[in-house]
Write a new protein. Structure first.
Length: 674
């Protein structure tokens, strides 16, 4: 034996000794079944993109109006096709358009005195599933108004608890004098003397002189960052707590519209809120078995608010806009779409959006942004063109967009689509087309059952490293026969996400979908965050997303079992795992293990590439699991399934980690090497 070989053998023996003797160990570890995973701590791998793990926002399930957007008044501008939908009127009330203050929202109401002093004229709004108020909280009422005749008039504004058995149902009230023939905005803050679940906002005419009212609004004073056209604090906090890397907006199918007329038009969503025209929301009628005839888009939460929120929560904004194809699921005829040679205004919309986000304040759209209060550019870097499109009609329309965007904004990254399915003919046709067009990322969608999620651990291992990158833009595990939020679906999402993490060189963005759902107004589930008018709850899937997003690290690490990625393959006992290095944190090695099996499994993570002095000195283990796989957190029990952190005792200079991962468990280890 040469001296060199002798030294190598000695080193191997020392390593083996250290591996078997110095371990971080779970208290219940026994080595009867041992799944050995080798973690290479020396070779720092591909960079994790800052855009990894983000948000997909669509106004579905009352996500904007009635949800994140804190406005409490439905049909505030009387622009629904049935002008008084959401309102009750009494006495002498007339819907009018003459002399309206806002050209794009031309309807307003005129309140005139009843013909007897004991009678009343007024209107009352039912809100979104009720006008809800919290005891002692303040609400900012505002209205655009003018006296309808020569004399000044007076209105009384009330918050009423219409199911209360108390002597008085009024929980807040104020009076306003309307003393001008010109339209003006009037405001007053109402303080609720008690909590109200399903209340109403009432406005009585208190004078004999009449009044004209437009854009009736009621916001909590306490909105996210105290903004007047604001967002619900609890819901934004839930988004911020995910530390999202990217924020896609405004969808989803509503980008396309049922027809071109109802597509999301970003230019209608900016400028003064009073003059943003109403749009139909396709989710009001897409599913007749969950029909919501009062679901419209006020555009109060529009593109400015989206960019501002992205900035607030540190996510890269990713707007998606129409490619000139109306929803292909709902339109068989080519006539539904814009002919290729008539796409110019649509392409201009894309270019103008970049100017709105990034342009100088003396440019047309940069000025609109500045006038809305944001002189500095939003530094938009990505744009998606088209949602779930397919067939030749998509690439032929996308091409002129790509040409125009590349010519004017060569640094902006373009996201194309691979259609509505995660595989199959449309998918196989579109990926090469996207590569040919040279888009930067391709959006993939998969709402799939358990079997699919279990089989996709290696999905991205095989992707072309030279082509466009992947944006897993809409996904969620839809349990077979169990299409609702439940822990087992979240577990399989976590298993799948280890494959995203292992392939961060090719997967650059991933967003669970949909994001939000109102418990009284949903059309689609499962969803990430649920709420009613005053409470919200984070689902188990939320905690899975959060675990990955807040522990995404800066670089991938290689973790192998029997020389293969741990991806639920044959002989791997239903285990999935991935690992990252975090250059920004002290506890800079992170291993995520997902046990999808119904038995617990022993896992022995051996650290490869350590120097003799190096070892684990402390570790934190986080677990997410549930004894009831078919349930999730609820508004009444929001903490049924939450991650549990534990500091684990460490023997000095430990060279490996032994853990018994319980059945159906997401487990994460975070540790520094010293
Ligand atoms: O997330 C709900 C819908 O699913 C989206 O609008 C659409 O893109 C997909 O089909």
């Amino acid at each position: 034996m040469s001296k060199m070989t002798f030294v190598k053998c000695l080193m191997l023996l020392v390593t083996l000794f250290l591996l078997t003797n110095c371990t971080v160990s779970d208290e219940d570890y026994s080595a009867s079944d041992e799944n050995i995973m080798l973690l290479d701590v020396q070779n720092i791998g591909a960079e994790v993109q800052g855009t990894m793990y983000g948000l997909f926002f669509e106004d579905i399930n009352y996500a904007a109006d009635g949800g994140l957007y804190a406005e409490k008044i439905k049909n505030r501008s009387f622009e629904f096709p049935q002008a008084l939908m959401g309102w009750k009127s009494y006495g002498k009330v007339e819907v009018r358009t003459e002399g309206a203050p806002f050209a794009r929202n031309p309807h307003y109401v005129r309140l005139s005195a009843p013909d007897h002093s004991q009678k009343h004229t007024g209107i009352e709004n039912e809100g979104f599933f009720g006008v809800t108020a919290i005891k002692d909280a303040e609400y900012r009422f505002s209205v655009w108004a003018r006296q309808s005749g020569t004399e000044g008039s007076r209105i009384q504004v009330e918050l009423d608890n219409i199911v209360s058995m108390e002597e008085s149902q009024v929980v807040a009230k104020a009076e306003l004098d309307i003393v001008s023939r010109e339209w003006k905005k009037y405001c007053v803050v109402l303080k609720a003397s008690e909590s109200v679940g399903k209340g109403v906002l009432r406005i009585f005419l208190k004078s004999t002189a009449g009044v004209d009212l437009e854009h009736v609004s009621l916001f909590p004073v306490d909105t996210w960052k105290g903004r007047e056209n604001g967002l619900r604090t609890d819901l934004v906090q839930a988004l911020a707590d995910l530390r999202p890397g990217v924020f896609r907006f405004p969808g989803g199918c509503i980008v396309e519209g049922t027809d071109l007329e109802s597509r999301y038009q970003w230019k209608n969503s900016v400028g003064p809120v009073e003059n943003r025209p109403l749009n139909e929301n396709r989710w009001h009628y897409t599913f007749t078995h969950r029909f919501y005839p009062d679901y419209y888009q006020s555009y109060g939460l529009g593109f400015f608010e989206f960019f501002q929120l992205s900035e607030d929560i540190g996510a890269e904004p990713l707007p998606v806009i129409s490619v000139g194809l109306a929803c292909q699921f709902q339109n068989d005829s080519q006539d539904a779409h814009v002919p290729v040679n008539e796409l110019k205004p649509y392409i201009q919309d894309a270019l103008d959006l970049l100017e709105f986000a990034n342009g100088p304040i003396d440019s047309k759209w940069g000025k609109v942004r500045a006038d809305m209060g944001h002189e500095a550019p939003f530094n938009l870097k990505y744009i998606g063109i088209g949602n779930e499109q397919w067939g030749e009609e998509y690439p032929e329309r996308l091409k002129p967009f790509v040409d125009a965007l590349r010519a004017k904004y060569p640094d902006v990254k373009i996201v194309g689509s691979s259609g509505p399915n995660s595989e199959g003919a449309q998918f196989d046709y579109l990926w090469p087309e996207m590569t040919k067009l040279g888009v930067d990322l391709v959006d993939e969608h998969f709402y799939r059952p358990e079997s699919w999620f279990l089989s996709q651990g290696n999905r991205y291992d095989k992707y072309d490293r030279q082509g466009p990158k992947v944006f897993a833009g809409e996904y969620a595990c839809h349990g077979k026969g169990k299409k609702w939020n439940h822990f087992h679906a979240s577990l399989l999402e976590a298993a799948f996400m280890t494959g995203l993490e292992r392939n961060v060189d090719v997967v650059h963005m991933a967003t669970y979908a949909p994001l939000f759902a109102h418990i009284e107004g949903w059309q689609w589930r499962p969803d990430l965050i649920w709420y009613d008018n005053s409470r919200s709850v984070r689902s188990a899937s939320y905690y899975v997303q959060q675990l990955f997003a807040t522990n995404k690290g800066t670089n991938a690490l290689t973790l192998l079992m029997d020389g293969k990625p741990v991806a639920g393959n044959e002989g791997q006992n239903g285990l999935f795992a991935s690992a990252v290095y975090d250059a920004t944190d002290e506890a800079n090695y992170v291993v995520k293990i997902v046990n999808t099996d119904s038995l617990s499994h022993n896992v022995h993570i051996q650290l490869v590439g350590l120097s003799e002095e190096q070892g684990v000195v402390e570790a934190v283990r986080t677990r997410l699991n549930s004894e009831e796989p078919d349930v999730d957190n609820t508004l009444d029990e929001p903490n049924r399934i939450v991650p549990i952190e534990k500091s684990i005792k460490v023997k000095p200079n430990s060279k490996s980690i032994k853990t018994t991962v319980p059945a159906s468990t997401v487990e994460m280890w975070r540790f520094p090497l010293k």
